[in-house]
Design a protein around this ligand. Structure first.
Ligand code: NAD
Length: 512
């Protein structure tokens, strides 16, 4: 995407320049004065970027459309070769890319490396998939006929992503879309543009080096909700994937639906774990702590509700508080840090407000205070909070994107599952138990109503091989592995008559 000449008003921080230099990605092409990017880790300004104008956006769609027309005729295994080459670059630059993730969204080093690894994993999956875009042969009722299903590339894929997984979520969609023969336009969160520019920069290099891949096959546009709406409303973008809050999903769904486009919605969660008296408590503590405080509670799958049997609740909560007291809160790039910063001031205000409401609804709060504000007045570090609630009140049903774990008790498993399902969101869920009957009931049709249901692991940390997503207000979309590739292709049912007769289906006789 052509950007206006460098009109930068703000010096780009040296560590950012160094990484883009190392990747050989020209950040200067994207500098400007519309979007000031700060670091969640210390609150400092990292750089200032140009946002994509309406005119530039239209040109981006033109290029994506003409790239698609070429790319759809490249055989799928050769499309896989592009992804394989891109993956090699990601492997080579894994450390540098993780540094960008940490700078951009404040994720700890360990989790940032994990996120880049997720890109590598989905690339490997997509390369294999490029030889497995299978259709069916279907029994036909007519003699000397054959019926089959073929899958074809669909068009331009537009992807809107959230700040908290600034690169993994893109790769779940984009790598699959590329092997399926689609072109890609990525609108990352305006809070994490640098990760997008670095990764898409490496992909653009790979495209330029590969004679099968047309220019404009994968592009980034920079902007906020308005740009997201421009993407959602553009009829030339056949598939729109939107990852973010339920509020955003409602708006994107309405816009895409109004033009009868295809939308994949990956929205908010309000994930719970049930801990029964038959759980391995040591394992459950570890599972709950990682899911509740990892990524500072800013995963769509973060554990927000703990539903624990009355008989073990007090003891478990004491052990949980003890585990929380040992967590290391600190700058995300430092080794051994468990809890990095919240993304911004609004996230901190949201957390503080939710804790106040929880208290007014009868909750007892432990933790939740802001820390390190003397050192970093413009960065927002908090102690993760545990809140004992008398019931599943309104605030518990709301997704607060911060490390707050609401704890409620139950007496029967049916009651626990009713609490677990008693929210509007339906993303991830878990049960901790060694009792096979409890575990299987939780996984049954009468059990968890979520897209992800786990036994003896927490709610977060999914692998790319499975389909990722959830029901109800989480939007119903699925991304990453399994058969999600079908979202990115169009299915044609073919009936071929190799006889000299023309029998009609259902035995219909047409006289003439
Ligand atoms: P957000 O909804 O504020 O923004 C997400 C993206 O949508 C951004 O790119 C933003 O610019 C864009 N956007 C916002 N309003 C829009 C509109 N009206 N039209 C078009 N685009 C619009 O979310 P966030 O704060 O970046 O991320 C946190 C949320 O994302 C949480 O609710 C979390 O649960 C959810 N999330 C879900 C998944 C999933 O796979 N289900 C994954 C990650 C995050």
């Amino acid at each position: 995407l052509a950007q206006p000449a460098n009109t930068k008003a703000i010096e780009t921080r040296k560590d950012v320049c160094a990484i883009f230099d190392q990747l050989n990605v020209p950040l200067t092409d994207f500098l400007g004065n519309n979007l000031i990017k700060t670091s969640p880790g210390d609150g400092d300004v990292l750089c200032s970027l140009a946002t994509t104008s309406e005119d530039q956006f239209e040109k981006t769609v033109d290029q994506a459309q003409s790239a698609f027309l070429k790319w759809r005729t490249v055989p799928a295994p050769l499309r896989g070769e592009l992804v394989r080459r891109f993956c090699e670059k990601v492997r080579t630059h894994k450390e540098a890319l993780a540094t960008i993730v940490t700078l951009d969204c404040g994720k700890t080093r360990e989790e940032a490396l994990g996120e880049v690894q997720e890109v590598i994993d989905i690339c490997d999956f997509a390369v294999g998939l490029s030889r497995q875009l299978y259709g069916l042969t279907i029994a036909t009722e007519r003699p000397n006929h054959r019926m089959a299903e073929t899958w074809h590339p669909l068009g331009v894929f537009g992807q809107i992503t959230a700040f908290n997984f600034p690169v993994a979520v893109w790769s779940w969609g984009a790598m699959i879309a590329l092997v399926c023969g689609d072109s890609v336009i990525w609108k990352p969160s305006e809070k994490t543009p640098l990760t997008a520019l670095s990764l898409n920069g490496l992909l653009t290099q790979t495209i330029a080096e590969y004679d099968q891949a047309p220019d404009g096959l994968a592009q980034v546009v920079i902007g906020g909700a308005d740009l997201g709406q421009a993407l959602a409303s553009n009829k030339r973008i056949q598939i729109v994937s939107a990852t973010g809050s339920t509020r955003m999903g409602e708006q994107v769904s309405a816009t895409v639906g109004a033009r009868l486009g295809r939308a994949i919605l990956e929205l908010g969660g309000n994930n719970a774990a049930i801990v029964t008296p038959e759980a391995d408590m040591e394992l459950a503590i570890r599972g709950v702590v990682f899911a509740a405080v990892g990524t500072t509670g800013q995963r769509c799958t973060s554990m927000r509700r703990l539903i624990i049997h009355k008989s073990v609740a007090d003891d478990f909560c004491e052990r949980l508080k003890n585990a929380y007291s040992q967590l290391r809160i600190g700058q995300p790039q430092d080794a051994g840090v468990h809890v990095g910063p919240l993304i911004d001031q609004a996230a901190y205000s949201g957390m503080a407000k939710s804790l106040d409401i929880a208290k007014s609804e009868g909750g007892t709060v432990s933790g939740g205070e802001r820390v390190m504000q003397d050192q970093f007045p413009n960065a927002y570090y908090v102690k993760p909070a545990i809140v004992r609630m008398p019931a599943q009140t309104d605030i518990v049903k709301h997704e607060t994107f911060a490390p707050i774990l609401y704890v409620m008790t139950y007496e029967t498993l049916e009651e626990a599952i009713a609490l677990q399902n008693g929210v509007t969101q339906g993303l991830s869920s878990a049960i901790f138990t060694n009792n096979m009957r409890e575990a299987e009931f939780f996984l049954s049709a009468a059990g968890s109503d979520c897209g992800i249901a786990n036994v003896n692991i927490g709610t977060s940390g999914a692998e790319i091989g499975g389909a990722f997503g959830g029901e109800k207000n989480t939007g119903g979309g699925r991304a990453a592995g399994s058969d999600t590739w079908k979202n990115f292709m169009r299915r044609a049912t073919n009936t071929i008559n190799y006889s000299a007769e023309l029998p009609l289906a259902q035995g219909v006789e047409f006289g003439a």
